[in-house]
Design a binder for this molecule. Structure first.
Ligand SMILES: [Zn+2]
Ligand SMILES: [Zn+2]
Length: 240
C-alpha cells in the first residue's frame, strides 16, 4: 500500500485542484488559492445575503428583496461568485471534480453553522434538475453538495422532496424578471417530506434568487414553515 502511494505520488505529484501548483495531498486547494477566495463582505442583506454597498437603511434589506419579497427567509453563501470560487464551482459542475465538490460542501457547512439557525432545520433539500437534464448531465450537482452538507450537519437529506415539473431554459443570460417568469411554478414539493418543517435548500450559485424563490414557494405550498437557502457562491449585486 505504501509503495503504491509512493508510486502514485511520483506519477501524479499532489497538486492544487485549482491552479495545479504542488500542494500537500491532503489539501484539495492550495493556501494561495484559499487566500484568494472572495469572501462575502459584510454588511449583507439580512434576507438574501447580497453585499450592500453605500447607504442602506436600518433594516439592511437590499432593494431587490424590498421590491419583490422572496419566499425564503434567509440565503447565505461562503463566497462571492468570482476568482477561485467561480473556478472551483465550474470545475465541480462541468468537469465532475468530486473532490472540489467535497471541499465546497465543507465551506458551505461552515457558513451554515456560523450564520443560519440550524437548530430548527429538519431536512436538507437540493434544488432539483429536470429528470432528463439530470440523466444527460450524469447527476445533479446540487444533490452532490447537499448530501455531504447534510451528513456534516447531522440532518437528513431529502433529494426527492422537490421535483421540477417542467423543462426550463438555461438562465445564464436572463434578468430577474425573465428568470422569475422562466421558473414560475416549475417546482412541486412532497408534503410528507416538508410539512411543518424548516428546510435548508441547497444549490451551487445564487444569482437573481428566482429559482430559490420558486423552490421556497413550492415548499411552502406543501406546508414547510421556513426555508433557508445555502449556496456555495453568490453573484455580486452589479452582475445580477
Ligand atoms: Zn492553488
Ligand atoms: Zn436581498
Amino acid at each position: 500500500m505504501f509503495l503504491f502511494a509512493a508510486l502514485t505520488n511520483l506519477l501524479y505529484p499532489p497538486a492544487c485542484r485549482l491552479c495545479d501548483a504542488p500542494s500537500p495531498a491532503e489539501r484539495t486547494v492550495c493556501r494561495r488559492c484559499e487566500r484568494a477566495l472572495p469572501a462575502t463582505l459584510a454588511p449583507a442583506c439580512q434576507r438574501c445575503g447580497v453585499e450592500l454597498r453605500g447607504a442602506f437603511d436600518a433594516r439592511m434589506d437590499c432593494a431587490a428583496c424590498r421590491e419583490a419579497p422572496r419566499a425564503f427567509e434567509l440565503a447565505r453563501a461562503p463566497w462571492r461568485y468570482a476568482g477561485p470560487a467561480r473556478l472551483a464551482i465550474r470545475r465541480f459542475k462541468y468537469r465532475r471534480r468530486w473532490r472540489l465538490g467535497r471541499w465546497l460542501a465543507d465551506g458551505m457547512a461552515r457558513t451554515a453553522r456560523e450564520s443560519l439557525p440550524l437548530g430548527e432545520v429538519s431536512a436538507v433539500v437540493p434544488v432539483p434538475l429536470h429528470g432528463l437534464k439530470r440523466w444527460l448531465g450524469g447527476g445533479n450537482p446540487a444533490e452532490d453538495l447537499a448530501r455531504p452538507i447534510a451528513r456534516s450537519l447531522g440532518k437528513p437529506c431529502r433529494p426527492r422532496a422537490l421535483a421540477r415539473t417542467r423543462w426550463t431554459a438555461t438562465q445564464t443570460r436572463l434578468s430577474w424578471r425573465e428568470r422569475s417568469r422562466n421558473v414560475r411554478e416549475a417546482f412541486t414539493a412532497l408534503p410528507g417530506d416538508v410539512r411543518d418543517r424548516t428546510i435548508l435548500l441547497v444549490d451551487d450559485v445564487l444569482t437573481s434568487g428566482a429559482t430559490a424563490h420558486e423552490c421556497a414557494l413550492a415548499l411552502k405550498r406543501a406546508g414547510a414553515t421556513r426555508v433557508y437557502v445555502l449556496t456555495a457562491a453568490r453573484t455580486p449585486l452589479d452582475e445580477r
